[in-house]
Write a protein that binds this ligand. Sequence first.
Ligand SMILES: NC(=O)c1ccc[n+]([C@@H]2O[C@H](COP(=O)([O-])OP(=O)(O)OC[C@H]3O[C@@H](n4cnc5c(N)ncnc54)[C@H](O)[C@@H]3O)[C@@H](O)[C@H]2O)c1
Ligand SMILES: N[C@H](CO)Cc1c[nH]c[nH+]1
Length: 934
Amino acid sequence: MLVPILDLPAAPVNDTAARVALAKLSLFATVLVRPAAAGNALPTDLDLTSAIVPVLVALTSDPDTWLTAATTYLDSGAAGVLLDPTPALTKSTAASLAATLKASGLPASRIHVQLSASGATLSNEKELLDCIAALNSAVNGGYWLSWPTLPVAPVGDIEESADKKAAFLRTVARDAVKNLAAATKRGDATRVLTIHAPAVPVTAALIGAADKAGINIACPATQIALSASTDPALLDVGAVATAPLATDRPDGLFPTVVVDARGHALGLAYSSTLSVGEAIRTGQGVYHSRTRGLWYKGLTSGATQALLRIDYDCDRDTLQFVVSQNGAGFCHNGTRSCFGAGAPSGTGIAALAETLEKRMVDAPAGSYTRRLFEDEKLLAAKVLEEAQELVDARTEAEVAGEAADLIYFALARARSMGVGLAEIEKVLDMRARKVSRRPGNAKPKYAAAVAEKEKETRSVEQATVAPVATPAAPVAAPAPAPVTAAPEDPTAGLKMRVVDLSSVSTTEYAALLQRPILDSGKIQAIVEPIVEAVRTQGDKALLDLTKKFDKANLASPVLLPPFAQHYAPSALSNKVRNAIDVAMANVEKFHRAQLEPEPLVVETMPGVICTRDWRAIDRVGLYVPGGTAVLPSSTLMLGVPARVAGCKTIVVATPPRADGSVAPEVLYVADKIGAAQVVLAGGAQAVAAMAFGTESVLKVDKICGPGNQFVTAAKMQVQNSTQAMVAIDMPAGPSEVLVIADGDSDPRFVAADLLSQAEHGPDSQVVLVAVGMSDPEVARVEAEVIKQALQLPRVEIVRKCLPKSVIVRASTMAEAVKFSNAYAPEHLILNLDDNVAKALVKDITSAGSVFVGAYSPESCGDYASGTNHTLPTYGYAAMYSGVNTHTFVKHITTQHLSKAGLDKLADAVITLAEVEGLDAHARAVAVRVGRFNP
Ligand SMILES: NC(=O)c1ccc[n+]([C@@H]2O[C@H](COP(=O)([O-])OP(=O)(O)OC[C@H]3O[C@@H](n4cnc5c(N)ncnc54)[C@H](O)[C@@H]3O)[C@@H](O)[C@H]2O)c1
Ligand SMILES: N[C@H](CO)Cc1c[nH]c[nH+]1
């Protein structure tokens, strides 16, 4: 087939000639649309459905630039992009281009790649075949062969040859091109080789012969006459459009199936080169009547057709005209279709849309449809009502019925605003062509409404279950089911309990120090079989558990570096990369400073020298939580100190998303810390896999990182296993914060800090110690908490956390500090005047990390200030430190005693050995200092 090359004028592209040319050429061809300058944006209203847009690929630079350009063109609806690499591809650059493409997630079916021929004889055939082989897995659109120096083929030879295919191959394509065309098709048949050889005059015969060899021919659109022309130098558009066709009919016509935009057959007609040319030139349904010759459909009846597209059939002897039929219809009997009257535009949604379009004009006054169109409020209420009913529907029949109702009112709403089904479908088609995806989260107010509704349903369900337990009532009509439940209090679950330290008993005080966690026995009972399954069954159990808990069906439980190959570069904006880089730099600075530069050397007695030095732990496993939030910050908080310490093997484990992928932000950090693998698993199974190792997962010596109760329990369990021989950092469970504030603290800051940890998970706990605050001051904080919580997308998690949280009223700062030390919070925020807060730090004896003053929000420590955010929870801050560089090292001591030194120490050692009755110990000294002669 012919592929026209259309050069757009310089921006702004408002050139009508270019638009008209694109519209006409798109009727029968895929068009290469070249912006005036490479990479230029194209007008958003340009219909690119049949267009391929070139994108320059600088192989030696950051792929981000060309990937962004390609994504933008594909998002604007372009059928494809033609990647034009510089320098010309080699086998190895083709392989890395394929890897980049695969990782990018761009659809292979819309990717075309430019190859370059080097000379008249295609001397680089082997190289081109290698490139095609390397690219085929990532390229399913097609290949272009640019062949500037191809010798001019004798036009006459081609046109006059009886065997056009043979002539074509002899003079233009040669055997090498046949090979390329075959390689292009390998695997599936969708790819086509397109040759652009400017030195070869393009003729209809050339296009036809090439098509038979499975090759497209490209030529500038300016060489095609798109309106009536007598210029012999121009190609007739009808001739080039029908060039690939062959007919065995004696009259030389091509049978033509006529269908509407939905593919419903309207009838059968015949075409000739002349009629096809006229159809393209006029954009109308024009055919060749076997009795009357050229036939402009509807010229006399008014039932004209707008031509939407011309398709070729598989063996190139039949055409399909896709049209939009006007007037009565295609059939001479006045029906839409020659195959029976049928429904106006088919059935279902299309028929409904057409009925509504008619009703908009002719619905009688007072009819329901007329009311709907005229009463905007009624229509709006019906759309909302039907949407809710669809959400509430449970059985298949209910869902089908409610969806039908919603579609009816949605189409009525669109029609009343002048929007028809065609426009809606156009939007849907454009969206289907977009390659960059939005997260698709619901707006907070709708998410909250659904959660509320769920609660409502639960309470209705409970209410209907309750009567079972009550004595049987006398026979009576069943009570009517509640139609609508009373609206619930939106502040439900957002109030914290308030207690006053001055009035609590010792038992109550002790209870306030407890965390809202499940009974550890219960958790261990859940975790134990999981750990055991992974220990004994390795990968198989790991994959099964990942399917069960994370809904991901994986072929392998690990990803290998470089991890950038597992996500599209465009998935990670420069803004996010920069933020991660800033955070990593600060965390590295703080953790590098923790390294002990020199071994500790102490001469305890003359001639007795003791030293202590450190070595990195060889293999470490970093658990990065991923159940309810993606935590690249935890990846860097663990990975940076591990790398700074010099750990040789770093394994990262994180729960995969249901589609088996891992957040690109986590993978970006994994690459930066030099991780050896990313284990696609979460919870107890991930911990067990790293502790024992599996066929795919590397065994580690120490497991670090935070997680939910299951993760923490599994860490505690494997550290006790002599088979695992693995250490852990500490119990870093559900996040918690304790804020000490007084009457001068800004309630907005206090509330924001409490919520920042409350949003982590339902088992988190937040505590406010309010020092000397009056009732109105406490009330202001409570009101702020509610106000800010209601604005959070994760408000439903907050609702589960706050009822387990508490406001503790203390009379004095000393009382507050005493309580905080006993609670030993993971995070302690001193939201107080700077000087007061700074002075208080020395009194803090137990806390994971302290945030000093009103302008030190905990979030800074969570992400980027430099301190670590993996910290002990549950009160373990009383005896554990948070993760730091030392977490990833172990210490080794040495000693050296000179003869004189041993002489001096001998007495003490021999005496103590004798006290313990360990004579051999005593003799090991005595034999050296001449007190024992065996
Ligand atoms: N202390 C710290 O330093 C720190 C830092 C960051 C995050 N956190 C905490 O980490 C936690 C992350 O929790 P998360 O759940 O979002 O992610 P997670 O990755 O810790 O846990 C998810 C995994 O839990 C397992 N799981 C879930 N329900 C289970 C069940 N019923 N039985 C067995 N296993 C089950 C699944 O395997 C799942 O993959 C939060 O509590 C957060 O507060 C703590
Ligand atoms: N607050 C958590 C530690 O308990 C760490 C974190 C990660 N992302 C946000 N916060």
